[in-house]
Every structure is written in C-alpha cells, then in structure tokens.
Ligand binder design. Structure first.
Ligand SMILES: [Fe+2]
Ligand SMILES: [Fe+2]
Length: 281
C-alpha cells in the first residue's frame, strides 16, 4: 500500500492520534490492510463528506432504533441516510397471509425491498447464471427484512430446509464476501459501504477468516456471483415481478404443504415472525 495514501486518509480522519483513539484499538494497523484502490476510493468518499467508523458509532444514541433491526419492524429506513432518525414515521398494516403461505406469498406481502431481490435475480439470469445462483440471488437478502445484522446467516438459516446446500451456502456467504474485491469477477468494494460502514471500516478478524475459507471452497463462485449481482443501481423503469420466478421456485424450493411457518421445521418460527411481526411476544 502506498504510504502517502494511507497518510492522506489518516489526516482526513483527524490524524494518526485521532485514528488510534477510535473504538477499534487496531484501527491504524488495520488501515495497512486497505488495498490501494480501496484506499483511494475511501479518500474520495471522505472528501465527499462520508463518515468515519467513529462518526457512525457516535450516532448510536441519537436514534430511537438500532441499525441492525429488520425492515419489517420499522418504517422504511435506508443505509443511504445513516444520520436520520425518523422514528416519528409509521409502519404499514401488513396484508393478510393465507393459511399455508408459500415463498411467493412472503416475497409479495412481507419482504422489503423485494424489488432489490427480483432485480438481482433478473440480472443473474440475464448473465446466464445457473438456476441455483438465480435462486440464491432471489433470496439473498431475505434476512434483511428480519434482521439486518448478520443477514446472510439469518437468511440462509431460514431457507436451509427448503433449498440445496449450495443455494444456502451462496446466501450465507454473500454477506462476508461483499467486503472483499475480486478482480477475476470484476467485483469491487461497494462504494456505498463507505457511507454504510464508514470510510475507514475494516471487517473484523472473524469475517476475514471466513472470507479466506470461502475463497477456497468449491462453491466460492456461487457465493461470489450473488455479490456480483447484488446491485442497487438498476433501472427504476424496469419492474421485475415474482411471476417471472414461479417456475424456478417450483423447481428448486421445496415448499412445505402445511405452509412456511407451519411445517414443524426448526426454522418455522422465523417464518411465523414474518407472518405476524406485530405479535407483542
Ligand atoms: Fe446482502
Ligand atoms: Fe443485496
């Protein structure tokens, strides 16, 4: 890494002393792990006013909610507006669910934002990805509606009884892989993460370790392709509907006849939480 770039980011963050006083003791050391391109992009983001890790942490007790909360429990909020506390806003009444709800019912009536999932799956399909990768893209952020923190793991757990191991793997590990560029797939560190996580964010050691293991796994490509199609910058004029994926879901998602939430599986309660997130206990 180029020393001058590192020094520039340190200066923008208030100097080496300020950086070393940040919540992570090894912040300054961790900066060493920035790749040069990521560091340059971080400096551009900082100059454009994007926050540091510490500045985001300082916002925690200014809000009436925690950022890790799932979208179904709170009015629409966005990682693009981390400063905003819109706790005065109201949530919507949810549409009733059928007695034996299917994955399509959840995608249509509960998952927010489903358009992101549909667009990701659409993109993967257009690029000739396998059906399992398309399904993984369609389901990759299911967990975000329930709980944003560790959403890849929550989402993978929810679908595990109903999909192939490969699909669950891709959903689980798209989350840690998002932090790590891979030029072989033209995948870069997401610029939006400078705002979401802070310009000087470095994934914690367990995430780095997971990345190394996944990188050497036979299904690395499946998980990587989810990150490649995980874009928010799609054409807003193009609306993708769940109907386009009914056949794929029918083929690769083992829909329980009792309905998701009522099949007695170890994850049924997670689906029931989606069905009625207004339950007080
Ligand atoms: Fe995700
Ligand atoms: Fe996503």
């Amino acid at each position: 890494m180029e020393t001058s770039l590192r020094e520039e980011l340190l200066a923008l963050l208030g100097g080496e002393d300020a950086v070393s006083r940040m919540s992570h003791e090894d912040r300054a050391d961790a900066l060493e792990h920035f790749q040069a391109e990521k560091l340059e992009a971080a400096i551009v983001a900082r100059k454009a006013g994007k926050p540091s890790v510490q500045e985001l942490a300082d916002l925690i007790d200014t809000r009436g909610y925690r950022r890790g909360i799932g979208n179904i429990f709170i009015h629409t909020r966005s990682n693009k507006r981390p400063y905003e506390d819109a706790t005065g806003l109201k949530v919507k009444r949810l549409a009733p669910m059928p007695k034996a709800p299917t994955l399509v019912d959840f995608l249509e009536k509960r998952i927010n934002p489903s358009q992101h999932l549909l667009q990701s799956a659409n993109l993967a399909r257009k690029q000739g990805a396998s059906e399992e990768v398309v399904l993984a893209c369609l389901l990759h952020d299911l967990g975000v509606s329930l709980i944003r923190a560790e959403h890849g793991y929550w989402g993978a757990q929810m679908i595990e009884p109903y999909v192939s191991e490969k699909v669950a793997f891709a959903v689980r590990y798209h989350q840690p892989l998002r932090f790590f560029p891979d030029p072989a797939y033209d995948y870069e560190y997401p610029k939006g993460y400078f705002l979401t996580f802070g310009v000087d964010y470095v994934p914690p050691p367990h995430v780095i370790d997971t990345y190394k293991k996944v990188r050497d796994h036979k299904w690395y490509e499946e998980a990587r392709l989810v990150t490649c199609n995980d874009l928010y910058s799609f054409d807003p004029e193009v609306v993708v509907t769940v109907d386009e994926f009914r056949d794929l879901i029918g083929k690769h998602f083992r829909q329980p006849k009792e309905g998701l939430g009522f099949d007695g599986s170890p994850v049924a309660h997670m689906w029931r939480t989606f069905i009625n997130p207004d339950a007080p206990l």
